[in-house]
Design a protein around this ligand. Structure first.
Ligand SMILES: [Zn+2]
Length: 222
């Protein structure tokens, strides 16, 4: 459980995250001296854990890695942003380990990508946050809302604030989990395997992240 930890630790982490964001967007000569905002991208499952296996033998672990890498490429194309992937290939990484990788890299946001099993009729995306209070919880909600808004431009997207995922529970930084679709739906399984569609999804998540970072910067200026 996370809640026994002192709230101050959460506040310090949130402040640090905000400082990095503010610093990174500073323009002019100063910008070169400031570290880029580090964003953790977490492709779900991997290795001996295939995740959900859906229609056409679709394996979740492959889809999450492909979209995660597309998202990473978009983030790394920006000088002010840098990505840390919790896995870069088809191997197993424990859930707590994923959070540790993000923390050690100095990540200020954690974005987990999944494409789990649902009812055969589920043909949408869902953006999850954990039900929580405090600055980090609010930041997670804002990030999730921004990602949701951009995903809705390309597919139906639900928003869930009651998630109980280990990677969200243990993150001390704003964290969201995106079910980009459900491999158990015939249409979605096919779409999730298409490169064009994977890029589209990664692009929407990326724009959501940028939107969030931009709004955080504006709020810090007031
Ligand atoms: Zn999953």
């Amino acid at each position: 459980m996370v809640w026994h930890r002192p709230q101050t630790a959460v506040r310090v982490a949130a402040t640090l995250g905000l400082w990095l964001v503010v610093g990174t967007f500073t323009t002019g000569a100063q910008a070169k001296e400031v570290r880029p905002v580090v964003i953790a991208v977490d492709p779900g499952h991997g290795g001996r854990d295939p995740g959900a296996i859906g229609r056409y033998g679709t394996r979740e672990k492959g889809i999450t890695l492909a979209i995660g890498k597309d998202l990473a490429a978009l983030i790394n194309a920006r000088k002010a942003m840098h990505v840390v992937l919790t896995r870069t290939g088809d191997y197993y990484v424990g859930l707590r380990q994923r959070v540790t990788i993000a923390r050690r890299a100095g990540a200020c946001l954690f974005v987990s990508i999944h494409a789990d099993a649902g009812k055969p009729s589920w043909n949408w995306a869902t953006v999850y946050t954990q039900k929580s209070h405090g600055a980090t919880g609010q930041a997670s909600d804002r990030l999730a809302d921004d990602i949701t808004r951009h995903l809705r431009l390309i597919e139906r997207t639900d928003r869930d604030r009651q998630a109980n995922f280990v990677v969200l529970r243990y993150s001390r930084i704003p964290a969201v989990l995106v079910e980009v679709g459900y491999v158990t739906n015939v249409l979605q399984a096919r779409q999730l395997l298409e490169k064009t569609n994977q890029r589209k999804i990664a692009g929407a998540i990326y724009r959501g992240i940028r939107n969030y970072l931009g709004r955080t910067r504006l709020a810090a200026r007031r």
